[in-house]
Design a protein around this ligand. Sequence first.
Ligand SMILES: C[S@@+](CC[C@H](N)C(=O)[O-])C[C@H]1O[C@@H](n2cnc3c(N)ncnc32)[C@H](O)[C@@H]1O
Length: 243
Amino acid sequence: MGNEGHVSFWKSHFDQQVEQYTAEHEILDFSNEKTMKQIHDITVNIAQSCLEDGDTVVDVGCGTGRTLALLVETSDFSTLRIIAVDISAGLLQQAQDALERVVPETTATRVLQSSILSLGIRDEGASVLICTEVLQYANPREGLKQLVDATQAHGTVVFSLPNVHNETIQRVVERNSGRYNSDDIGSIIRDLEQCTSIASCTLFPLEFQDEGSEQPYFDPIPLSLDEYTPDSGPNRYIVKLEL
Ligand SMILES: C[S@@+](CC[C@H](N)C(=O)[O-])C[C@H]1O[C@@H](n2cnc3c(N)ncnc32)[C@H](O)[C@@H]1O
């Protein structure tokens, strides 16, 4: 099944999950609310540290709009431009509703139904582009190139990707018959460096968060690309790319 087949499979899957969004975890079985919260908290912290009033923030594969809503609610930007992108019209509607509840009137928001593999937002030039838990449903290498193309010079891309060296992730890849993709994150970024200019890359290795545990999650120890070696320990990586 090629890219188009994968994209339409997951579009239909996520369209069916609109009412019960978290049911997705049943087929993936390595994700839970605590894990997602950690991903969103770290992503929002990174995004906030890179944004200024007047900037454009784009979330590709925004789902219910949770990340963007958290970003707005926990900061006092008043004139951000927000673009929420997703392939699922139903989830995009939820994102629009969530944003209408939290954004100030001075913040311009736009929603766009599009696949990550055919993003039509190059001219908008994201200052910060967010893409959490999406690339694996399309094609991580091609998708990441699209994200970088949609980001302005000196902008920042923050994305998450499952760690292909982790055994649980390997089982998920096998169970989803090639429709769920990952690849070595170091190799993806090194290949990307051949065709685009990346000023810096920071990787945040994340462990799976046990939902039942009372322990708070621990902040990950960031790695540079030079320090990265394939490691089966992390469940995923969050990556901050500064262009
Ligand atoms: C696991 S959810 C993550 C949602 C959100 N980014 C978050 O972190 O909560 C995956 C999202 O990616 C979207 N998606 C899947 N394939 C996509 C594609 N090819 N292009 C754009 N979005 C896609 C789904 O509709 C869904 O909203």
